[in-house]
Each structure stands twice: as C-alpha cells, then as structure tokens.
Design a protein around this ligand. Structure first.
Ligand code: IPE
Ligand code: IPE
Ligand code: MG
Length: 275
C-alpha cells in the first residue's frame, strides 16, 4: 500500500519513500497515543521561556498528525493538558489556553481538507469558554471526516476517566438499567470517554520520562510503549517512523505464549519437572 497524499502539503520524495518503507515493513498501529512532554525543557535549553516550547510543540502536532493520516493510522490521541497541569502557574495555563484557541483557529481548515476529524476527551467544561467554543467549532466542522480521528486529551486524567465511568455504572445499576453481573471488562470500557475507540496499540512518551502521568490508565493495559529522550518540539515524523519500526518488531503476546511453544506435555512430565 502506498502512503496517501494530503492537501496543503508538499512532501519530499525521500519522505514518500520512507513512508512506503514504514507501511511495507509491518502492521501500522490503528491507534497511537502520545504523551507530548518536554516543551518547557526544550525552551529552557534555548534560553527561552516555557511558552516558546509549547508554541513549537504545535508544529510537531501538525507534522505528527499529518504523517499519521498518510500512514493510515486511524486514531491519534494526544495528551495536551492533564488534570494535574491545572496546578501550574497561572500565566503558563493562560498561555497554553490561548495557544490552544489560536492553534485550533489556524489549523481548522487544514484539518478539514485533510479529512481529519477532531475530538476531545477530558473535563472540557473546566476549560475557558473561548477554548470550549473553538473546540466545538472545529469538532462541528470536521465531524463527518473519517480518515483519521485526532483526539485531544484536555484536562484529562486516567483516574478521572475511570471515576466518571464508575459513577455512571453505579447509577445505571441503582436504576436497574444494568445488573452487576453485566459489569464486564468490555462494559467498563464502554463507559469510558474512549468508548468507541480501540485501545492504543502504541503509546509514545517524549522527553525520556519513564512514567504514564495519569494518561489512559485503563486503555493502555496491553499497549506497546515507546519512550524517547527527544523533547516534544523536536519530535517530528522521522522519529515517528522509528517508533513504528520499533512497534513492528514487538511480539504482542497478550499474556499467551508464542505459537509453536504450545506443544502438549503429559501430566507425568509435568510432575517430573516440578518435583
Ligand atoms: C508538555 O511539556 C506540555 C504540557 C504538559 C502542557 P511540559 O510543559 O511538561 O515540559 P517539561 O516537561 O516541563 O519540559
Ligand atoms: C504529562 O506531562 C501531561 C501532558 C503531556 C499533557 P507532565 O509534564 O505534566 O507530567 P509529569 O509532571 O512529568 O509527570
Ligand atoms: Mg513535563
């Protein structure tokens, strides 16, 4: 399969070749989720204030979103602002929120032309009214697009997501809409904010931190992790390709054993081995 071309983008021959290689070398993750970290340190290294890092991070968002669309990734979830990020200094929060509004405005047409649908998860009602309005506008504009769903996790945390789901399940049980026996793994998944989205195949974290920071706690049960030291503003498509190459080499066993290792052994042999 050939990578798809996008409007508004002049793609180099070298990049086309690389994308073809990524596509032909293994399976493309259906859902990639990214913890976009390291904006502040990127800016600091350049002697700038943190907001410069956030601004440059928007360039990475565009590049990664478009390359995911070209490669055939169907869902891209970006951790843009966590519940805990509300504890940051007010000026940083203000800067981030304004940047969000501006970026949504600037990118709306391009997202739409490229057949990308915007969605969000998180406590959207905690965002400033201007952010909520802009988000709604772009969601409405792109709602019928189906090439890639770009989901922004905003004022999001995995524990919040699970807590909300538990509350709704408790209510539905109390009202007799479902019985406790119906509360299965899949049922819980259907109450989460990611209900209609497959679990992430690949989770990427930039900036070299080995932690999840309250991201998709339930959904990442069997996701493959890729951690890179690169700060988010420097994370561009070539590194995305490296992450996918790494993913393609993984052996996803889901707790099972590899095919061919399942030769039956007799009870006598088992007893002999364990005694
Ligand atoms: C990630 O970069 C962006 C947000 C969390 C909003 P940071 O702002 O966390 O940058 P570092 O980790 O301090 O370098
Ligand atoms: C995680 O990054 C949240 C986002 C990328 C939005 P943080 O910088 O907030 O996480 P910690 O503080 O390193 O765990
Ligand atoms: Mg950080």
């Amino acid at each position: 399969m050939e990578p798809l071309t996008l409007t508004d983008q002049t793609q180099s021959e070298e990049d086309k070749k690389l994308q073809s290689e990524v596509i032909s070398s293994g399976s493309i993750p259906k859902h990639i989720a990214i913890i976009m970290d390291g904006n502040g340190r990127w800016a600091k290294d350049k002697g700038n204030i943190r907001l410069f890092g956030h601004k440059e991070g928007v360039e990475s968002v565009r590049d990664i979103t478009e390359s995911c669309a070209q490669l055939g990734v169907k869902h891209l979830t970006l951790y843009a602002f966590s519940t805990e990020n509300w504890n940051r200094p007010e000026d940083e929060i203000n800067g981030l929120m304004k940047l969000l509004v501006n970026s949504l405005k600037k990118e709306a047409d391009r997202l739409n032309k490229n057949n990308i649908k915007l969605s969000s998860i998180g406590q959207i009602n905690r965002l400033p009214a201007s952010c909520q309005r802009q988000l709604e506008e772009v969601k409405e504009l792109t709602k019928d697009n189906d090439r890639l769903e770009l989901c922004l996790a905003l004022s999001y945390s995995g524990r919040w997501d699970i807590t909300e789901a538990v509350k709704k399940i408790a209510l539905d049980v109390a009202e007799g809409k479902i019985s406790p026996d119906e509360v299965t793994d899949d049922k819980i998944g259907s109450y989460l904010s990611t209900a209609n989205v497959p679990d992430p195949d690949l989770i990427i974290r930039t900036s070299g931190e080995y932690r999840i920071s309250n991201f998709l706690l339930w959904q990442l049960a069997y996701s493959e992790l890729y951690i890179t030291k690169t700060y988010w503003p420097d994370f561009r498509r070539n590194e995305l390709y490296q992450a996918i190459f790494s993913y393609q080499k993984r052996d996803r066993r889901y707790g099972n054993v590899k095919n061919g290792y399942t030769k039956k052994i007799s009870a006598a042999v088992i007893n002999k081995i364990i005694s």
